[in-house]
Design a protein around this ligand. Structure first.
Ligand code: AMP
Length: 195
């Protein structure tokens, strides 16, 4: 495969969640990444939404880079079908490499690992450690309560609107991915599907 058109980091659940629309969105996103000549950078596991996104990217001809700490190789079923599977010593190394290897970041629904990764790249952005776009997929209102809390934090004076403006929130995985990749200055191949 030639150089990928873009490299998108996807943070998402190591579980599939109860609502099947989350799995469908993960698969649609992976299919979009592959069909647009892109590269997925992710946590390197085969379980949950992580595995579904990676499989769909791979099946659509995309490049898949997995980054996983040694301690999680068994627990998260390391995906040996990745084009590159980087087994690293620590979680910090994992996150640093995932950030360095990506043009933009997209968090799908997930649990505390996903929250931690999303908040970290967001805080790194506001501190100026990087200037890459950060997106949150609020599918089925999954993140409504978190966004309500964050807006409350703005009202309470612990955050400001400028910080909220640093993240893009959307309910459609493809539209959000397109926004992020374009904001990163990358040009995905092909025409976007009508959703
Ligand atoms: P979860 O959203 O909890 O299902 O986890 C999704 C991914 O985040 C998994 O690959 C976890 O290994 C990863 N993860 C869990 N804790 C952390 C952390 N502190 N920093 C970065 N990733 C984490």
């Amino acid at each position: 495969m030639s150089t990928p058109a873009f490299s998108l980091c996807v943070y998402c659940g190591s579980r599939p969640g109860v609502d099947p629309q989350h799995a469908a969105a993960a698969q649609a996103l992976g299919q979009w990444i592959g069909s647009r000549g892109g590269q997925l950078v992710y946590g390197g596991g085969r379980n949950g939404l992580m595995g579904l996104t990676a499989q769909a990217t791979h099946d659509a001809g995309g490049r898949v880079v997995g980054v996983i700490p040694t301690s999680l190789v068994e627990r998260e079923w390391a995906n040996h079908d990745c084009n590159e599977l980087l087994v690293v010593e620590t979680m910090h190394e994992r996150k640093r490499i995932m950030a360095e290897r990506s043009d933009a970041f997209l968090a799908l629904p997930g649990g505390i690992g996903t929250f931690e990764e999303f908040f970290e790249v967001w805080t790194w952005r506001q501190l100026g450690y990087h200037d890459k776009p950060v997106g949150l997929l609020n599918l089925g209102g999954y993140y409504d309560a978190m966004l309500t809390f964050l807006n409350g934090s703005v009202r309470e004076g612990f955050m400001n609107d400028g910080q909220m403006d640093l993240i893009r929130v959307d309910t459609n995985p493809i539209e959000l991915a397109e926004q992020l990749v374009q904001a990163a200055g990358c040009a995905p191949e092909g025409i976007s599907p009508q959703l």
